[in-house]
Structure formats: structure tokens, C-alpha cells
Design a protein around this ligand. Structure first.
Ligand code: MSP
Length: 523
């Protein structure tokens, strides 16, 4: 069985921002954790390329929509590879194979009697690609999210009979765990309780979209086509496009990770569409919060957008991943604060974790022939650090399964603090000056190095690079949790065994595993 998880398919109207990077790297940590535990994973991301917003952006840039999307989606691919995102699939909804799948899906929905013609009147936000139910201002209403004027629409569209699915959707959203975190459920419940209304799934006069078969002049509403991208992505690139094949390729998905603004599409519209097409439903939809910067919404007009390219270049991905995953409870809104960012990275990663390894391995090299010292009592599974490590591993595994990155990071930090405390208490630098203490010092250093190895092991899903650098400092290979990784054989779980470090392994010259962040100018 494979574990299928998805990011949203990002609009190809603009480059990635910190919001899309946040979702993607959280999914990456989940995918890596599952792979490291020996599970088969299908991690899907990609670009949502149709619709009016993209058509207009392309026009403004003097490009054809296709050329524009080619370039934006290439930018995403490139950015994700530099962020070391380990996705298995990258789907583009302008792929001709996707069109075939959409046509097949629509044929089923139509055969279920769920498509009707109707008149669509209302205020539309092109940036959201969504009709707004009741704009507050009667005149010149604005989108509450984008603060841009809404556009009045009055056209004949095809509608999906969402109203028919009221009882099934009510039952679904009550299912424990379907909408996560639980705090987001209420909002969807209220929406559903208000009575589900049919929604329009086609547009007229919108050439940049997939034509609706049998309905000349109509193209699919971008959301109808975009959600189906999750299905197309599952097909092997060279196999015939047959909708039912997805059932052998990892559908239903175990997890959709999205931002809270698109919860309704994923928790209500999408399941109803799947029910209509006779397909099974995803198991969980997780709506994370929004990121602000120094307390303000990020936006181009405010000029305070955090560019993932700049962040990557100036800070490196370990630092950013750590800060976002450790500091913001996944599901809540979070505020990016530059000072806090560098303080946390420096104190947690450079000092508490990195320095522990550095100074311990420097002592081991100096006093024990540049190698892991003889273990003796240090390799005892009842050693206090062994117990602390076992406990940390249990917490990390459980927390990552529950998508509680913060709890996982805190458990890792706690183990690092315990190991630091132990080292300071034992003070091998003092003991070494007394005769006959070599064996005791060796055992203490062994235990602290072994605890550092555990820290590296436990960091592997969250910070794969830092984990690899730490293991290299211990003379060990890192874990490959990429799609092509060779660690799907349980090596990572097997490494969670006290005494894994082999005495006598030579220790390389210590190098700081984590650069301190010195951010003098604003990012
Ligand atoms: N194309 C649709 C998704 C279709 S899925 C079949 C879309 N794309 S998007 O590019 O506009 O947004 C992608 C994600 O970024 C959304 O989950 C949204 O919640 C998230 N974010 C946008 N701004 C954000 C922040 N400031 N903070 C965190 N996430 C934010 O919607």
C-alpha cells in the first residue's frame, strides 16, 4: 500500500511565495518520514494552470498562456529541487493527458445526472477564482482576501448538483480525522449546515481552459479541472489515460495538505465530485494556517513578501525548515519574525545540537586516537541517555504521524539538552586530568556521541541535510529519504537502537554542522 499525499497545485500565475513553500516543505517532511519508515509514498505537487487569472497574467506579460505556464511551472520545479523537495510527481494541468482524464471524469458525473444548465449571477474574485457569497459592500465590493474589486458575472453555466450530496457530505465531515486540525471543522460544518448549493463548473468566453465535451463554448471552471490534477498525477507517464487505473496507483489519497483558504473546495466540493464519479474519497484534509511577517499580511503592495529564493540563498533550507516547522504549530497562523528566526536557528541548531556534536567529537579525537571511544558502560541500554533517546524517538514518530512538527522538534531539542546537561555534569575535561579515569571518560563520550547520532537520525525527516552532515561527522552515511532512496528497507528504524555507533570508527576533523545566521539586513 502506498501513502499518497498532496500539496495544492499552485497557480502558475506567479512565482512561488513563502506560503506555497511552507506547505510544500511540510509535505516533504511527512513524505520523508513515511519513506524512512519503509512505506511506499506518492508525494504529489504541481501547477494549476488554467483559468482567467492566468490568462490575464499571461496577456499582461505579452505571452501566450501556455508559454507563460511553461515558464512559471519550470520556475516551481527548479525552486523545489533547490529546496530539496522530494516529490514523486509534478503535475501540470495543461498536460494533454490531464485533459483526457477530465473528460472521462466529466462523462461519469454527467451520466450520474449531476450536471445541469443554470444561470450564474454573482460577484467573482479572479484572484481567488471564486464567487463570493455575500460581499459586505453593496457597491464596489472587494475580495476580503485580496482587497481587489470583485467583478459582476451573469452568464449561463453548467452546474454541478452539489445539493444532492448534502447528507453524504454531512456524514463525511463528521468523520473523526477527515478535517484536520479539528479546529477547522466548525467552519466547514457551518457552511454545510447553511445548505449546499449547486456550483457552476463551466465558464463561457474563457478560451484558456479545457473545453467541456458536448457543450460548445464552455470551458471547465478552473477548480473543477484543478482538483482532478491529483488523479492525473497518479498515472504513470506512459500508460494510457484510464480513470480507473488510479485505483491501482495510490487513490484514494491519505492526505491533502492545503491552506485554510481552500478548505471548502477540498472538504466539500471535491468529495461530492468524487462521489458523483463513483470514486473513493481522500482520508484526510489538513488545512494549515497563514503566515504573516512581523505581524503584517505579506503582500506585493506592502513590499514585505518573503521570497523563497532569497531565503534559500541567504539562510539555507535547514534553517528555514527548522524555524517554520518548529515554531509554528501546524494548523495555526504563524508570524515570521526575523530576529526570532535567527535566534532559534542559532540556539537550537548551531549551539544545542551542532555544538554538542562538535565539542564531543573534538574531545574524542584528542584523547582517543581520533575515533569513537570504547563504549563499555556508555552502550548500556539502561544508560540515562539511552532512555532519553528512546523516549525522544517515540515522541518524534508519534508526533510526525500526527503532523505535529513542533512536538517532534521539541522532543529532539529535549534530547539534545539532556545530552548537553549530561556532558556538563560529567565534565570529562576535568576527569581526564585525573589518573585512571580514561575508561569512564570514554564511556561518557561514547554515550554523548551516540546521543548525537540519535539526534541526527531523528532529524532526518525534518532536516535531511543537517542530519547527513551530522552523520558524516560521526563517520556514518546519511539516510536517503528521496523517492529513489535506498532506505525503504527499515534502515532508519533499525538505526533507532542504542549502541549503533561502533567504537573505533574514525572521526573526521570536526566542522561546524550548522552555520550561525548573522542577518544584519532585513530579508
Ligand atoms: N490553485 C489553487 C489550488 C488548487 S488545488 C487543486 C490555489 N493555488 S495558490 O497558489 O493560490 O495557493 C496555494 C496555497 O498557498 C494555498 O494552500 C494557500 O492557502 C497557500 N497560501 C497562500 N498564501 C499563504 C500564506 N501567506 N501563508 C500560508 N499559506 C498561504 O489556491
Amino acid at each position: 500500500m502506498s501513502y499518497t499525499l498532496t500539496t495544492p497545485l499552485y497557480y502558475a500565475n506567479d512565482r512561488a511565495h513563502l506560503g506555497s513553500t511552507y506547505t510544500t516543505l511540510a509535505c516533504d517532511a511527512i513524505a520523508r518520514h513515511r519513506r524512512l519508515r519503509g512505506e511506499r509514498v506518492t508525494f504529489i505537487t504541481g501547477c494549476d494552470e488554467h483559468g482567467q487569472k492566468i490568462q490575464r497574467t499571461a496577456e499582461a506579460a505579452g505571452l501566450s498562456p501556455q508559454a507563460h505556464c511553461d515558464s512559471v511551472s519550470e520556475g516551481y520545479r527548479d525552486l523545489w529541487s533547490r529546496w530539496r523537495i522530494s516529490h514523486d510527481r509534478f503535475i501540470r494541468t495543461s498536460d494533454p493527458r490531464h485533459r483526457q482524464l477530465v473528460e472521462q471524469f466529466f462523462a461519469r458525473v454527467e451520466a450520474s445526472g449531476d450536471v445541469r444548465e443554470g444561470r450564474q449571477q454573482g460577484w467573482y474574485c479572479v484572484a481567488c477564482e471564486e464567487f463570493k457569497d455575500d460581499p459586505h459592500e453593496a457597491e464596489d465590493p472587494e475580495c476580503p482576501i485580496h482587497r481587489r474589486p470583485l467583478e459582476w458575472r451573469d452568464e449561463v453555466n453548467l452546474f454541478f448538483r452539489l445539493s444532492r450530496y448534502q447528507p453524504q457530505i454531512e456524514e463525511l465531515i463528521r468523520r473523526p480525522g477527515f478535517i484536520a486540525p479539528a479546529s477547522r471543522r466548525r467552519e466547514v460544518e457551518n457552511f454545510v449546515a447553511g445548505g449546499l448549493r449547486d456550483f457552476s463548473i463551466s465558464r463561457v468566453d474563457l478560451p484558456w481552459g479545457i473545453p467541456v465535451p458536448g457543450h460548445t463554448g464552455h470551458t471547465f471552471y478552473v477548480w473543477f479541472d484543478a482538483l482532478l490534477g491529483y488523479l492525473t498525477a497518479l498515472l504513470e507517464p506512459d500508460e494510457p489515460v484510464l480513470l480507473d487505473t488510479i485505483l491501482q496507483r495510490g487513490w484514494p489519497a491519505q492526505l491533502h495538505v492545503i491552506g485554510k483558504d481552500i478548505l471548502r473546495f477540498h472538504a466539500v466540493y471535491w468529495p461530492a465530485m468524487l462521489l458523483s464519479a463513483g470514486l473513493p474519497l481522500p482520508e484526510r484534509v489538513f488545512g494549515h494556517g497563514f503566515l504573516t511577517r512581523e505581524g503584517q499580511k505579506m503582500g506585493k503592495s506592502l513590499g514585505n513578501v518573503l521570497d523563497p529564493e532569497v531565503l534559500l540563498e541567504r539562510c539555507g533550507h535547514d534553517a528555514v525548515r527548522w524555524y517554520l516547522l518548529r515554531d509554528i504549530p501546524f494548523g495555526d497562523d504563524g508570524d515570521f519574525q526575523q530576529q526570532r528566526f535567527s535566534d532559534l536557528v542559532n540556539s537550537d541548531l548551531a549551539n544545542t545540537i551542532g555544538n554538542l556534536l562538535n565539542r564531543t567529537s573534538a574531545m574524542a579525537r584528542k584523547w582517543f586516537a581520533a575515533a569513537v571511544p570504547p563504549a563499555a558502560a556508555g552502550a548500556d541500554a539502561r544508560h540515562p541517555l539511552a532512555l532519553a533517546a528512546g523516549q525522544a524517538a517515540e515522541t518524534v514518530n508519534g508526533a510526525l504521524e500526527a503532523l505535529d512538527f513542533r512536538a517532534a522538534a521539541e522532543a529532539i531539542l529535549e534530547l539534545a539538552s539532556t545530552a548537553n546537561g549530561y556532558l556538563n555534569e560529567q565534565a570529562p575535561w576535568k576527569a581526564m586530568k585525573q589518573p585512571g579515569q580514561d575508561a569512564a571518560v570514554a564511556a561518557d563520550l561514547y554515550a554523548v556521541l551516540e546521543a548525537s547520532r540519535w539526534l541526527a537520525v531523528l532529524l532526518a525527516p525534518l532536516l535531511p541535510d543537517l542530519s547527513g552532515r551530522m552523520l558524516a561527522q560521526l563517520g556514518l552515511d546519511g539516510f536517503d529519504s528521496s523517492p529513489a532512496g535506498g532506505d525503504q528497507d527499515g534502515a532508519w528504524l533499525a538505526a533507532q537502537h542504542w549502541g549503533g555507533l561502533v567504537s573505533g570508527t574514525s572521526l573526521p576533523e570536526p566542522q561546524p554542522v550548522m552555520q550561525r545566521l548573522e542577518l544584519d539586513a532585513p530579508l
